[in-house]
Structures are given as structure tokens and as C-alpha cells.
Ligand binder design. Sequence first.
Ligand SMILES: Cc1cc2nc3c(=O)[nH]c(=O)nc-3n(C[C@H](O)[C@H](O)[C@H](O)COP(=O)(O)O)c2cc1C
Ligand code: SF4
Length: 656
Amino acid sequence: MRALQTKPYTPDYPRLCAPLRVGPVTLRNRMCSAPMGFPDLTADGCLTEGAIAFYENRARGGAAIVTISEAVVDYTHGKSHGRLINLQNPDVLASLTNAARAIKRHGALASIELNHSGMLSEFDVIESERAGDKLEHWGPVDTTLPNGSFVRGMTREMIAETLALFAKGAAMVKRAGFDMLMLHAGHGWLIHQFLSPLTNTRTDEYGGSLENRSRLCLEIIDAIRSAVGRGFPIELRFSAMENAAGGVTLEQAIEFAKLVQDKVDILHVSAGGEPDFGVTHPPMFAEPGVNVKYAAEIKKHVHIPVATVGALNEPEQMEEIIASGKADIVCMARALLADPELPKKVEQNRADEILRCIRCFVCHAERMLTQTRVCALNPEIGREYEAKFAKPATASKRVLVAGGGPGGVQCALTAAQRGHKVTLCEKSGRLGGNLNCETNVPFKSAFPKYTATMKRRLELAGVEIRLNTEVTPELVRWFAPDALMVALGAEAAVPPIPGLDGDNVVLGTELDLSEEKVGRRVVVLGGGMVGCESGLHLALKGHKVTIVEMQDKLAPDANPRHRPILMKLLDEHTTVRTGLTAKKVTPEGLLCTDKRGEEVLLQADTVLCAAGLKPLRDGVDALRGTAPIVEVIGDCVKPDIIRGATFRAYHAALDI
Ligand SMILES: Cc1cc2nc3c(=O)[nH]c(=O)nc-3n(C[C@H](O)[C@H](O)[C@H](O)COP(=O)(O)O)c2cc1C
Ligand code: SF4
């Protein structure tokens, strides 16, 4: 537990914690929860208890505004996914009301994003659903999308119908008790399609000049305003640039901001069109706060509050953004998935307890793959409703956790939080397990922070941490725990290839300790995620890197949001050789054979062996039967991404 406060409170981040008045509402601080959809909705577009608990969690965590999203004004033509909040359905009102109340009862402002997907309707629907769909897509002009869908250019009647639906949706959310709303004019959806010269080639009053391309947006704002009145803030989300030649530029975005500023209350500056996923959602390779420069530029030209969003989670940086006047509000999406309590921790001077998002895209990918919401680091995401009812332990047990990787630390933390007396033993001299091999990788800088935060949280939760302590059957018998949680992890798999024990070989799992040994020319043996990311890291540092993979595809284990971005970077910075089988490491490099059996020598000063991981099963087997409860968790069951370890570890701790 933290020691009791003995001196008067002064906030570590005073500007970030300062309130902000926007018309009739007051933001309690400058940290807001950016719109995030929660897929667990009913078939007729109502929020479930699970969805409400998801948003409530953000409010409880201290965000000033919590923005519910994926509310669609035209359920027939405007859906991006198969299942969204249907503002045309009067039955949605009760669930919207409950959601607004759940947010407001924790002191946050309840907001909701209204959207229409336009020509990209059903864009994110899984293929099988799309196949049976006879959707008529609406957009600025007649066109055919790459997937064969036909888009009808919107007539004035279709525009009028859409304006009326925005007004109707806005009236509904006001009636439900929301304090404000967000209008989505960015990220490639309908309003953006009209704003962008790339998609809007109309020749009438809705096309051509910036003023004309902005007309639909201005009319929608007017329609909403007529429904909600002046005293109901509208936050306008738009993209300050599009990652394609001929698209929206910062200069155009500034002019657009000037055009709309007298009609709305907050300008929310994001970036990217569609399909700019890696811009709308900055990956781990992007610099922190990558969009702040756009907000700062726009702020120079307008007189209403400006919000910035994208790759933000460091309190120091966010404080500086507000203090220096680059923006008035910082919005976070993923940072508040990884740690919904981030704003509260900032306010309470507990920044050392913040679990920072690693921008791994597991959250996005899982939505694509299974229509569920999860977070790699936070096992409660997607099951906030269940978590509300998690019971403390009925009796406090003595729990011994063997292994200090992600599975071990999560298990120890959850068990201690439930009231057990927990000791965590780690064989090596540091926590973190195999995450440590990426300590020096700049685009993985959140990993060491994860370990440091977990260590701090373990200390605060009263977990006794014993480093350099191997858990043997003898130790368990001497310790006599009620429950033994085995999280021994996995070690590098080293294939039986001659020369892999040579001086010119470095194991991927030991890269952080051996990086100074790595020569200029590097061949990475193994094109899985570890091989690809380590290879990219070395290439970005100036090494000449070749990645060798036996299969035809690199990193098949990478998630479908992260993988394309990683592949593009590998393409730019490394040489990739697939279909090669490694035969021997020689002083010259790595000797392989190709699919025809012909020898290929890849010259290298260093071979980085990243041939996968092998669970430490022998160690596990030795510990079975040594305590009344023995649970095996993490990579020693099966090597997996961090999410697999944290998820299982958390639930194993709930089961004690
Ligand atoms: C899980 C998830 C769901 C999202 N859903 C929406 C959405 O429905 N509407 C929207 O405008 N943006 C959505 N976003 C984008 C975020 O609002 C934000 O712009 C983006 O994630 C970049 O911010 P971050 O780096 O803080 O995550 C979503 C982001 C995440 C992570
Ligand atoms: S899944 Fe990864 S990217 Fe998404 S919020 Fe969690 S840590 Fe961040």
C-alpha cells in the first residue's frame, strides 16, 4: 500500500488536471476518453450491460469526457460494421439513457459520436456477412469500390434525408441525457468523403471549392443544432491530413476549421482517411503524440478549444501539450483500454502505476477476428460487467508464483488484490521474462515500462518479490503454499543446425544483453514476430539485415492490424528471403538451401537466431503435485503473445 499522504497535495501535472469550461459544461480535467466502439450490442443496435460497463469503467477511471461511439444515424446506409448503435430504433433510448447515466454518475461528461459511413458502409463487415448483403452504398459521386460494391452519388433528396436523420439521432441522444455529442467528420467516413478532393469530384454546390466540400458538414451541424439547441456542446472530429496525394492537407484543414468554428464548441483534430489505418490509429512505430503538431497549427487559427488525439499516454508529454498551448484537451483511446484509471492516477500523483498501451493492435485485431473487445495488457477489458461482480477471496491463502514474466506478475497482482498473501519468485535477477529481450528496441519502449509498472503495482499490493530464486520442488515443500502458480515461461528454441553455437550467433531472446556483439551485416534466422521485429530494430539502427524464413509468409502469428504495417517497414528497411532452409552457420554467414535444393550463402557478421520459443515443460512437470492447488499459466503452457499470458493468469488468480 502507498504510505499515507503527509504533506499538502500539489498535483504533479497541474495543467492536465485543470478544469475547462466549454459552454454550459465543465470538463473536470483535460484528459478525455476518445470514441471507441464496443461490439457487444444487441441485434437491433442497443447497448448491452457489457457495453455500458465498458464505458462506465472509463468514467470511473477519471476521464473528463467519455465518448460512446459507433452510433449510426442511418442504419440502412451508414453502418461501417454489422452491429452498431442504431439511432433510428426508438427502442435504443433506454440503453442510451442507462449508458449516459452510468458515465455521469462518476462525474464524467457523457458524449456520443454520431456517424455515417457513406460509401464505406459495411466496410468492416466480415466477408461472409457482406456476401449476403444487398446494401446500397451512398457517397459523394457514383463509383465502384475495389470490392465491387456500387456507390450512388447522393442526390439533394438523399442529402436532405441524411440531414434529417442526423437531427433525429441528435435529438435522441439529448433526450437520453447525454451532456454533449461528437460529430465524426474524419477518418474517411461520409463527411470526410465530401471534404476530400480524392472522393468528392462533384460539380454542384457540394463539390469543387473547400467551401462547397464543407457544405455537407455545415448543413449537418445546422441540422443537429436545430435539434439540440445552443446549450448542447458539439465536438467536431476531423482529420487534419490524409495520407494520400490529392487528399485533405493541413492547409485545407485549417481553412475548414475556420469555417466551422462558430458552429461547434470543440475541434477534435485527428488524422488520416480510410484506408489509412496506420494513420488514424498510430502504430508502435509512430512517435508519441504524432498528431499534436496538427492540433497546434490549427489552434493558432481558431478561437474555440482544440483537442488532440493519437499515441498519447505519457503524463509529462500531455502536461507539456496543455501548458505550451498546443492543445486544450488530450484524448486517448488505447491508453484508456490498457489503463482506464490513467486520468485518476495522474490526478492522484500515481503516474508510476499507469499501465501504458504498447500499441500492439491486439484490441483492433480481435474486433476484426472475433467481434469482441480485448486488450493485451488489461485482462478486464471486454468483461468489465463480470469484473464488477468479482468476489474477494473467501479465505486468504498463501500463494507462491513461480516466474516473473507477464503471466506470473499478472497472476501475483490479481491474487494479491483479492486478498491472498502472495510471494513471487523469479529465477533471474529481473522481472519481465522474455519481454526483456526488447528492452533496447525504441518502438517497444512501452515494454520495459510495463514491467516497471507491474513491479510497482506488485509492491503496492503487498506481493513479496524474490529475485534470483528458482522455484524447485524442495522450495515448494519448504514454503508449503496453499496454491502454486507455475509461470516458468519459455526459452529460445535452437534448431539442430551446425554452427548455431558459434561466436557469431546471438539468440533473439538475449538480444538486449548481446546487442553490442551484433555486426554490421545481420542474417535473422526465423521470420516469426520476434525475428521480424528484432530485424527491423537492427535495420533501423543501421545494420544491413536479411530475414530468412523457411515458409512463404513472414510473421503469420502477427495480428492482421499490426502485420501489414510491419511488412511495409520490413520491405523498406530489410531484405526478406522466404522459402530458404538453413543448413549451417559458417564464419561467412548462413548457408541455406532453396526450394530446388540449391545452396545459397547469405553473408553475415552475425546470425540472429529467432527460431521460436520452447515451453519449459520439464520444470513444470517437476512442480506438479507439490501443493494442494497447482495451476500452470503463460508461455510454459504454450508460447503466445502477451495477451494469452495476462488473460489466463488473471483468471487463474480469480479461481484461487
Ligand atoms: C478499440 C478502438 C475502437 C475505436 N473505435 C472508434 C470509433 O468507433 N470511432 C472513432 O471515431 N474512432 C474510433 N477509434 C479511434 C480512436 O478514437 C483514436 O482516434 C485512435 O485510436 C488513436 O488514438 P489512440 O492512439 O489514443 O488510440 C477507436 C480506437 C480503438 C482503439
Ligand atoms: S491491445 Fe495493445 S494496442 Fe490495444 S490498448 Fe491494449 S496494449 Fe494498447
